[in-house]
Design a protein around this ligand. Sequence first.
Ligand code: PEP
Ligand code: MG
Length: 559
Amino acid sequence: MSKKLFVEKTSSKGIVIGKAYVIEKADLTPENYSISNKEDETSKFEVALNQAKEEIAQLAKGSEIFGGHQMIVEDITLYDNVIGKINDGQNVQIALSNAIEEISAIFAMMEDEYMKERAADVKDVGARIMSKLKGVSINPFENIKEEVVLIAEDLTPSDTALIDLNLVKGFITELGGVTSHVSIIARNLGLPALVGVNGIMSTVKNNDIIAMDASKGNIIVNPEANELEEYKALEEQFKKDEEMLKKLEDLKAVTTDGREVQLCANVGNILDIEMAVKHNIDGIGLFRSECVYMENTHFPTEDEQFEIYKKAAVLCDGKEVTIRTLDIGGDKSLPYYKFDFEENPFLGWRAIRISLELKDVFKAQLKAILRASAFGYIRIMYPMIISIEEIVEANKVLEECKQELRDANIKFDEDIEVGMMIETPASVILAEEFAKYVDFFSIGTNDLTQYMLVVDRGNKRISNMYNSFHPVVLQSIKKVIEAGHKENIKVGMCGEFASDARAAKILLGLGLDEFSMSASEINNVKKQILETSFEDAKNYANQVLAKTTVESVMDFLQK
Ligand code: PEP
Ligand code: MG
């Protein structure tokens, strides 16, 4: 018998029928057995160490990130420490685990930020050697040899960097919400995916057949023949619709009465940009630079970031690339940085607050962005702004960076545009003032909705209350667009609301200049814009904005 699962909120679209591949993270806890022979333990360690060395040397050829790992795995201190513990009677797994704890603790206590960050590299090297000792793979995707639907507890940005997109047809995760990172990844990759599916890990086994309608939130495990037929038909129809939408790709987003808006892409890495630029986008409205930090083992250096941002500028060939400065904290952590415990991380030490405090980290990023600005049209965007002082202070650091580059005769765009995200109530209320300090606004409805409505964007229990069509959110958007236009600056939106086809006419009518979203959603929104006149949209927006309850807004949209 087939089993059915359903989730109300969907994060990407598409139909997929395929074999399940269940991701189990490798268990790297050391086994506590007693040793019979020290020589045996020593030689097990030497074999595993050599295998790890080879693997890291291979990885280091492809990426500078692994340079630190190479030094650690070659270092005699690690070898001596483990052998010493084996000689004291510990088995090789326990000895390795203890040695890694000791060495990483030494790095973690160092004053120098760079050396501190090496603690994470030590742990990573330890995990690699342990995986060899235990004969398990550290890369959970390594054994995927045919097309599959991935089933996982959760997927992180560094996981997705390992996924072979030719083999993964879609994925389903137990954790995550519509605006969580894993959903954003799915949309950016253009993969059908459902996240936050309770019970998926306990329901599905390897090689089960999965039929999923990501647009509707339906999953069937081991479908009956008739259900399979039904999904095959849906898949056919979806492909036809996509082909229809694809025909819009070469058109500009212009209303029937001639108002043009920009349709840009949200991206997290170079792969996203390479995919996005194939779809004739107007630029990158949001480069979530935190992905560059999250997909790393240390704070990426100025040079490492420069290479990435320069590539982005070159790929976009004169079209805008809006780089948001590090937006970490809240639900986004770094594998190599220990955040203090916070009762309310979403109201805590995050985004611009961190940048203004970790000035070296901020400067490395700003200088990398500035240097890359010599190669295209790059804009800087600050996240989570709540006060004018923050802009002034961030710009002071920016000016310092500019001066250092001038002194070193390094080229950059002297007039680089600096904008801010509007995603806090403070920035909405003070929008008219903020507009005097920046070159553009971009409305981040994902956070704005959670802060305006005081509804945690990742909390499933209250996800029915998280709704960007709430009159409070709509009125905030209206106010911000008006404030921006009063000061003659462009107002965009890069929250997920910009890709909601039901919202397109409202946002157009309110005068939004730029819609930024996952590239896979653009044609859908473009279709709405092409079919509407600006005059009509203004009327429509006025009617929606007159509503005072979510229910009446939703009723109106249905009609
Ligand atoms: C937002 O808050 O709307 C946004 C675009 O930023 P993020 O989803 O990365 O928090
Ligand atoms: Mg945000």
